[in-house]
Each structure stands twice: as C-alpha cells, then as structure tokens.
Design a protein around this ligand. Structure first.
Ligand SMILES: *[C@@H]1O[C@H](CO)[C@@H](O)[C@H](O)[C@H]1NC(C)=O
Ligand SMILES: *[C@@H]1O[C@H](CO)[C@@H](O)[C@H](O)[C@H]1NC(C)=O
Length: 474
C-alpha cells in the first residue's frame, strides 16, 4: 500500500513522464519532419521504410539523394565542368545588410594576411613577415617545414598547419586600419577591397551547394546581459549556404556564432535587383535573397531587430542586433572556387591568382586567446574578452549532407529543421510588418491530430515550448 508520501512522488513521477512524452512529441517528431535531409543522415533508421528508393517529400516531389563530395562521380555530378560558376549561383547570391552602427567591415584576405606572422601555439615564429616582404596568401598551406635546430639531422620535419596561428604584428587592441575593413558602396553594394569567397560544391544528382564566405578582420561582441562585449576575436569567417536542385534555390542556411539556421528558400525575404551577367547589368529584374549581419559579430539572421542566440546555458540573454544598414553585394567581387569530387579548382581570375593552397591552411585566422595576465584581457563568468581566431572556409563542413554543419551536444537527434517562416527577432526594433513566422507555431502545427495540438498549446505554457525549442534548434 502506498502511503501519502509515496503517492505524492508517484504523481510527480507520472507528471514528469507525461512532460517528457509531451516534449518528445512536440519537439522531436516535428524536428524530424521539418528536416528534409534527416532520412539521408540516418539511413539505418529508415531502411525498412524505403524500397530502395531514396528521397523525401519535402516539396511534394521525390528528390534524389544529395551525395557527399567524395561519392560524386562522372555519372552523378551536377555541374558540367569546373571552369565556370553557374549563372544561377550568382543570380541567387544573398545580399547582406550590414548594421547601421557597424564598425568592423569586410576586408580582402590577401591584404589582411600582410599584417601577421605565423607562429606556433607557444608563440614561436614559424614564418615571419617584414614590411618589405609581408606574409601573403601563398604562405598559407596545409603543412610547414620546420627549420632544423640540429643541423646534423637531414630529415625534414613538418608540422600541420592546424597548430599554427596567425598572430598580428600590430596591437589589434588599438584598432589599426587593417582591422576596420571597408564599407560597401551605397547603391551597388560593391566593396572594392572586400571580396567574398565563393565555394561551389557539386553534391551530385542535380544538387549544388553554393557556400558564400564573408570575411571580416574583427569580431566585436556580443553583449551578454548588457555587459561586455565578450568573445572578441581577430579574424571573423561567417558564411551562408544556398542549396540548389537543378539550378533552383531550395534552401538557405546562415551562420550565427557556433551554429546557424536553415530556411526554405521561399521563406527568405527577397529584394528586386537587375540581373548581372559577367558583372554587366542587364534589363532583367530578378529577386535576390536578403540576409542581415549583426553589428560587430556579423552573425547572420533572416530578419532585423534584436536576436537572442544560442548559448548552452539557460537564461542567458545574449544579444545580436541587425538592421537595414549598408547593403553588401558579395557577387560583385569574389574569389570563386568549384569543387567536384574532392578536387577544388579556382574558377575566376582573382582565385587563379591566389591559388588553392591557402584553403588548406588549418590554423587560426587570428590571434590566440590572450592570456589572463595580459592587461588587454578581461574575464567574466561567461567568456573571456578576447578569444581565439577562427579556422578558414574548408573547415566549415562543406561536405555536409544536412543543411547544418555540425550539431550541438543537446541535439542528440542531429536534426536540422528548415524553417518555413522567417525567424522573427524580438525587441523593440523588430519591424512590425515583416513576414512574421511564429517559431512555436512552426513546431506546433506539425502536431497531428488538431485536437492534440490544441491540448499541447493549453497544457504546456507556450513560452516554455518556445524556449525549449529555441534551446534545441539553436
Ligand atoms: C551514381 O549514378 C549512377 C548512374 O546514374 C548510379 O547507378 C549510382 O547508384 C549513383 N551513385 C550514387 C552514390 O548515388
Ligand atoms: C614578425 O616576424 C618578423 C620576421 O621574422 C620579425 O622581425 C618580427 O619581430 C615579428 N613580429 C612579431 C610581433 O613577432
């Protein structure tokens, strides 16, 4: 017989169980349903369901499987050859609205590297530049030959660039000119000294991934609960991915801090622009997708306003701000590359000049986290003021099948849901008449039957669902 005490705990237990079931129905299933690439990522799970036929029904049509680059062969490749970037990649290049109060603009990696020495993790110089002969992109590569300390040994010693750090020669804390970057031209969005890096990856069977990399010399922020900014670093690589099927844009993923968000292409705000062919304007009007880069951190969002973003701690309001500041058109100035199979080839004059070796540099594109003893460094409960620089484009999982490059530890299902609506920002500066999608609604409307959905809406405090969902999807 249960006494009152035990009964109480039994009740708690049952409630907890119900809660868990509710959470798993609310979150897991819709997440799976909303991720068109989930089946491919978890083929073992779905084998029994499928009679040899791949594909998924995200658009009400069966699409063939997207392939990892190493499985793309002459039979499966989507691109004819690697000589030219397909015109649709340029036509659907995202336009980037930088923030009105931005202080750190895009810059040319070829100019940027001139301000660095290559050092190992302990600060020993591996390759030093001088003002007459500064470091260049050609000095960036996968391995470095070490100078012999012991002249007798004849064997060359190589170290992987993964332990190499680009260490700035000037004091970056004093905002040297090269740290500021260059503003886009009003009107066209052209940045003469700020080319983007485009890597077009053939994913086989009609699929093509266009990775647009945005390089900024400095990441300032973000602010945590009004304090900071914390987590500043020298060198900032952000990127977006436009995923095409047979020349048609289907999805857009954009990076934000250590994660990002995937959208159906149709959900993204568009802007009418005149089409350009080989840089020349044509009378044809096309619609270009818009993304918004946050002030200082350059994290990418699909809407304007204040964005609280993913940190693996509860209740930590950490904010990014986006608005309709100067617009950057990365398609007007770029280093372009094409990857078919495992080979990456330069695809325009600019990229041919700098080659491909720099892409394989696995080290940090900016200074190592400053030691605590350094007077420039500060520390808070959340983060250091200055943290490590990032790694370059090829270390962002360009071979991804899912739209997401990697998964947070709490995303145990490794699901990357694509949103059908723009993720609305919060805060006062969010534009009222934006195409607004309710994140929670996106999840909830997946719950069938309808009466169950209604119950979930009632039982679970909506805010909680939203919060948990945000937590799970980053
Ligand atoms: C590649 O294409 C060939 C011919 O279309 C097909 O038989 C093969 O299964 C494909 N390979 C993959 C990995 O999809
Ligand atoms: C960078 O390298 C050059 C050449 O080795 C050296 O003279 C200079 O002192 C180095 N700068 C710093 C800040 O380490």
């Amino acid at each position: 017989m249960l006494n009152n005490f035990n009964r109480k705990y039994l009740l708690y237990g049952i409630l907890l169980l119900l809660e868990l079931v509710a959470v798993s129905v609310c979150i897991e299933d819709p997440l799976i349903n909303d991720d068109p690439f989930f089946e491919l990522m978890h083929e073992e799970l779905f084998k029994s369901k499928r009679n040899n036929e791949y594909g998924y029904d995200s658009f009400g049509e069966k699409l063939p499987p997207i392939l990892p680059p190493e499985k793309v062969n002459d039979d499966n490749k989507s691109l004819l050859d690697n000589s030219e970037v397909p015109s649709y990649v340029i036509d659907f290049c995202p336009l980037v609205h930088l923030h009105t109060e931005e202080e750190y603009w895009p810059s040319d990696i070829a100019d940027y590297v001139k301000n660095f020495n290559l050092t190992d993790a302990t600060g020993n110089i591996i390759l030093g530049g001088t003002s007459e002969n500064p470091l260049s992109l050609k000095d960036l590569k996968a391995y470095y030959k070490l100078k012999h300390k012991n002249k007798k040994s004849k064997k060359d010693k190589f170290i992987s660039s993964s332990s190499v750090v680009m260490t700035s020669i000037d004091d970056f804390d004093k905002d040297p000119d090269w740290l500021i970057g260059h503003r886009p031209k009003f009107g066209t969005g052209y940045i003469k000294k700020g080319p983007a890096v485009l890597v077009v990856v053939d994913k086989g069977n009609g699929w093509v991934d266009a990775f647009w990399f945005y390089f900024y010399p400095f990441n300032w922020g973000p602010y945590v609960m009004g304090g900071g900014p914390w987590g500043n670093h020298v060198g900032d690589w952000e990127h977006s991915l436009v995923r095409f099927y047979k020349g048609e844009p289907k999805y857009l993923w954009m990076s934000a801090h250590s994660g990002g968000v995937a959208y159906r292409y149709s959900a993204i705000e568009k802007m009418k622009k005149l089409r350009r062919v080989n840089g020349k304007l044509t009378p044809e009007v096309i619609e270009r997708p818009l993304i918004f880069a946050a002030r200082g951190t350059h994290a990418n969002y699909a809407s304007v306003g204040q964005h609280a973003h993913d940190v693996p701690f509860f209740f930590m309001p950490l904010s990014d701000f986006t608005d309709r500041g100067l617009m950057w058109d990365p398609s007007l100035n770029l280093y372009s590359y094409i990857q078919i199979g495992t080979t990456i080839t330069p695809a325009n004059d600019k990229s041919k000049k700098v080659g491909t070796d720099w892409l394989y540099f696995a080290g940090k594109w900016g200074d190592k986290e400053l030691p605590r003893s350094d007077p420039r460094q500060k520390w808070s409960v959340f983060q250091m003021k200055y943290i490590n620089g990032p790694t370059g484009p090829l270390f962002k999982h360009l071979d991804r099948i899912s739209l997401c490059p990697s998964f947070k530890w709490w995303n145990f299902l490794n699901s990357c849901p694509q949103r059908r609506f723009i993720k609305k920002s919060n805060g006062l500066n969010a534009e009222k008449n934006d195409l607004i999608g309710d994140n929670c609604g996106v999840l909830l409307y997946k719950i069938r039957p309808k009466w169950l959905r209604g119950i979930f809406r009632l039982i679970m405090w909506r805010g909680v669902i939203c919060f948990i969902m945000e937590f799970f999807t980053g």
